[in-house]
Design a protein around this ligand. Sequence first.
Ligand SMILES: Cc1cc2nc3c(=O)[nH]c(=O)nc-3n(C[C@H](O)[C@H](O)[C@H](O)COP(=O)(O)OP(=O)(O)OC[C@H]3O[C@@H](n4cnc5c(N)ncnc54)[C@H](O)[C@@H]3O)c2cc1C
Length: 259
Amino acid sequence: MANVKTKARFDEAKGKWIINGQKVWTSLAHESDYIFVIARTDPDSVAHKGLGFFLMKMDQPGIDVRPIEQITGTSEFNEVFFDDAECEASDIVGKPGDGWKVAMGLLGFERGVSTLGQQMAFQNELNDVIAAAKANDAAKDPVIRQRIAKAHEGLKIMRYNSMRTLSHDASDGALHKEALMYKLYWATWHRDLGELAMDVLGMECDVLEEAPYELTRLQSMYLFVRSDTIYGGTNQIQRNIIAERGLGMPKEPKVTIKV
Ligand SMILES: Cc1cc2nc3c(=O)[nH]c(=O)nc-3n(C[C@H](O)[C@H](O)[C@H](O)COP(=O)(O)OP(=O)(O)OC[C@H]3O[C@@H](n4cnc5c(N)ncnc54)[C@H](O)[C@@H]3O)c2cc1C
């Protein structure tokens, strides 16, 4: 993100920020009324300096949204193009140059408490897996039973860790250690649940039931969870965060590759 090339310049005559650039992988942009955009307010700046954080209206001629079809056949995410897109002067969050700081605060929220509600959806999916295992007798296999028990246990641990995270006083805006590990934990748990679901279904997992031959909930879940360990920061990046910020280990060395 620190390599962002999208630019923002303030147009004195219009009294607005003008944004030019492009962003790929924007989840639900095609359904959104507003978008957060990080753009370079200082054209001579590099890396995480000189960025601004803008809250922009989507419904305007300067913004073009192009959905990307995923392996699941659906299109939750998009490419978004900004071509002289306009942002109200009052809709910059913080000051020009503060963009990185604001983005880090937002990411802390995205990787932490904002995702707690998804545990309910996880429970529903696990219930579906258990129901499928009972229906096709996969539950009689001791290894499958053990993996289901482990998934159940993992979801409980996720819940208790969330409670622990919420019990902290968050008024200082800082991320506590319990929150640092949350993204890595749930993404890995969910990816494993997808694999368990397919092993429970056995050969049936390759079959589309009937016209219009749409994926079942579990098939779709299996394909989508591959992306859980990528978006919102990959598992490797989460491990770096835990090591550096949680455990106080030395920072990853910066490497410059000259081509
Ligand atoms: C389904 C989906 C939805 C998304 N939705 C959004 C969205 O709404 N908004 C948005 O802004 N973005 C979104 N993204 C983008 C997502 O945040 C990025 O794809 C993700 O953060 C990884 O960054 P990258 O693609 O640049 O990969 P890279 O950073 O290029 O990483 C490539 C590989 O290198 C590894 N790697 C990179 N750096 C290190 C390191 N320092 N140490 C060890 N390994 C490293 C990574 O773990 C990964 O395996 C979405 C992505 C997906 C797949």
